[in-house]
Unconditional design. Structure first.
Length: 364
């Protein structure tokens, strides 16, 4: 909480990145957080993170962690043997997905003989109609905006090249708004049209939609949990072009919100300084003219402190580590990979929460 006469409520925020099948890791993270009874005021996501966030915010049952895991079990490609080594399994699964799509997520256009002849005249290769059906079975969209948590998802306006935010506090979010966040053009996923506007994946502009949360909720301080699906560090250099592309992809999509924390700290320092200066001004015996000026200053002070003064109080980053490097690992929906990712997300989150608890106990 902020000190002195101003006091912003603390909001728990969960931020979920995009990353295709790697989103199963976020399922494991949320399972562990739920087990620790951590409740969220805001859930924000982009791409597959937007899908996960929608299920968390408005699952059709009272157990969003279970509903989220059920969703990921539906996305599993059963024909891929789980006994294959991890990298080989990823190669086989991503190749299978590229040819046949995923029956619960995206359909390959060339699987339709009526469309295959026109394939190279279309701006995308996969249709998201299957995901629309899966989401409608998993999410009660009527609950959004009527109860916590608040849902914030990001997309990209194709024509304007700008970020678009769909916020359940201000928008009537439907399945189309979630689909608008996942159209990743480099994998040939179709865009989404809403009211004459066309949308691609929000990750094209920012794969960690924390700033969208700060902009949408500028009054309340934040306790933020961020899932980072793309490792910041990698000890070994790439050995070939595929590994170079993989490493570049990780760098582009990895969490880059450290600067947001630094800005938040500077904002807090500025607000503290403003408060001290304002208290000094109030204590000075002034004339009527100066009191009028002070009232004008007070209005600006209140606007900055109470309407735009939110800071990040705490950031907990849960980062996925890699054992092998493969460019199309985010298109691996094999049972072995999906279940391993869920288990790894749970394990990593438990370890981080235990470490934080240990530090807190030592400090007290």
């Amino acid at each position: 909480m902020k000190s002195g006469k101003y006091d912003n409520n603390l909001e728990n925020v969960l931020v979920l990145q995009g990353g295709g099948s790697l989103g199963a890791y976020e399922c494991g993270v949320f399972k562990a957080l739920s087990r620790h009874k951590i409740k969220f005021d805001i859930v924000s996501g982009t791409s597959i993170g937007a899908v996960n966030a929608a299920i968390i915010a408005a699952s059709k049952n009272d157990d969003p962690a279970k509903d989220l895991e059920d969703f990921w079990n539906r996305l599993i490609e059963k024909p891929i043997p789980s006994y294959l080594p991890q990298k080989l399994r990823a190669m086989v699964s991503s190749t299978y997905s590229s040819f046949y799509g995923n029956p619960s997520a995206f359909a390959a256009l060339w699987a339709n003989p009526w469309l295959s002849g026109f394939l190279f005249n279309k701006p995308y290769l996969y249709d998201t109609a299957p995901l629309k059906e899966t989401l409608e079975e998993s999410v009660d969209f009527d609950r959004l905006g009527t109860e916590r948590p608040r849902l914030i998802v990001t997309s990209t306006d194709i024509k304007k090249g700008t970020r678009v935010v769909f916020d359940s506090k201000h928008h009537d979010i439907k399945v189309e708004n979630i689909l608008a966040s996942i159209g990743y053009p480099f994998y040939g996923i179709s865009w989404t049209e809403i009211d004459g506007r066309y949308f691609w994946d929000g990750a094209l502009l920012n794969n960690t939609p924390l700033i969208a949360v700060m902009d949408a909720s500028p009054k309340n301080d934040k306790n933020v949990f961020v899932t980072d699906l793309f490792p910041h560090e990698q000890d070994d250099l790439p050995k070939n072009m595929m590994e170079s592309w993989h490493r570049a992809r990780d760098i582009m999509f990895a969490d880059k919100t450290q600067w947001a924390i630094e800005v938040s700290k500077r904002t807090e320092n500025h607000i503290d300084l403003m408060q001290k200066m304002y208290e000094i001004l109030q204590s000075i015996d002034t004339g009527e003219k100066d009191r009028t000026k002070l009232e004008a200053i007070k209005k600006e002070y209140d606007r900055l402190v109470f309407e735009q003064g939110a800071v990040i109080r705490k950031m907990t980053r849960i980062e996925r580590k890699e054992e092998t490097h493969f460019l199309f690992e985010d298109a691996d929906f094999s049972s072995g990979t999906i279940r391993n990712l869920i288990a790894k997300g749970e394990k990593d989150t438990e370890e981080i929460l235990a470490s934080e608890e240990s530090k807190s106990n030592k400090a007290s």
